[in-house]
Ligand binder design. Structure first.
Ligand code: TMP
Ligand code: MG
Length: 215
């Protein structure tokens, strides 16, 4: 069904507020693709807290390190640049990448703190561009009601509401194949909708093959 001649892997990104179900849904998509024998699939997330830069980001998020907003914005972007080469190599080798957060979170969260939107986009320019975004939208109150909300920096209702506004900005959406998915429903309904969107992205890729684009 999946066509053996898939030229390169697809780069698929999940975005949304904290506790919007990105991790659950991205792992469900990965498990589904493994199950149907889709080919090589790799799951990753940003921030990648395992690298040296990611360690600083982790300390910042857990409020054990203070940094100017501009500096931490650049660290989040640098944390993606650390992986950029391996992402492109994996895609070229036919591996599909499923990624929990990417540059869209980078812009939405920093712009929510008051940094200039275009300034926020600039350090990510040139990164590998996803083939599709699944944006899980929830009311900020839904996230706040879910388990473990409130542990980290940014996990408060005012910040989440502002991030939600920033995610509506057409300057984020214009760049990419963006799918809004209602994240307030049950897990299986959301998963089914994501599979339909995935199928559309895959078909579009087969009809119109192109190399990995840049942000
Ligand atoms: P996580 O909850 O997915 O682990 O992400 C940690 C926090 O970092 C989350 O509140 C979103 C925020 N974030 C940014 O502010 N900029 C970024 O570039 C990324 C990837 C995440
Ligand atoms: Mg979080």
């Amino acid at each position: 069904k999946w066509g053996a001649a898939q030229a390169r892997g697809l780069f698929l990104v999940f975005e949304g507020l904290d506790r919007s179900g990105k991790s659950t849904q991205s792992k469900k998509l990965e498990a589904h693709l493994q199950k149907v024998g889709y080919g090589k699939v790799k799951w990753m997330c940003f921030p990648n807290r395992k690298t040296a830069i990611g360690t600083a980001i982790d300390l910042y998020l857990r409020r054990q390190l203070e940094l100017p907003d501009e500096a931490v914005h650049r660290l989040f972007s640098a944390n993606r640049w650390e992986m950029a080469k391996s992402i492109v190599e994996d895609l070229k080798a036919g591996t599909t990448i499923i990624c929990d957060r990417y540059a869209f979170s980078g812009v939405a969260y920093s712009a929510a703190k008051g940094l200039d939107f275009t300034w926020c986009q600039s350090p990510d320019r040139g990164l590998p561009c996803p083939d599709g975004i699944f944006f899980l939208y929830i009311d900020e109150k839904v996230g706040a009601s879910r388990a473990n909300f409130g542990d980290e920096r940014y996990e408060n209702a005012e910040m989440q509401a502002e991030v939600r506004n920033q995610f509506k900005d057409p300057r984020l959406r214009a760049q990419v194949n963006w799918h809004d998915v209602d994240g307030a429903r049950d897990k299986e309904a959301i998963h089914a909708e994501i599979l339909r969107a995935f199928e559309a992205i895959r078909q579009e890729d087969q009809e119109n093959r192109h190399p990995v684009q840049r942000l």
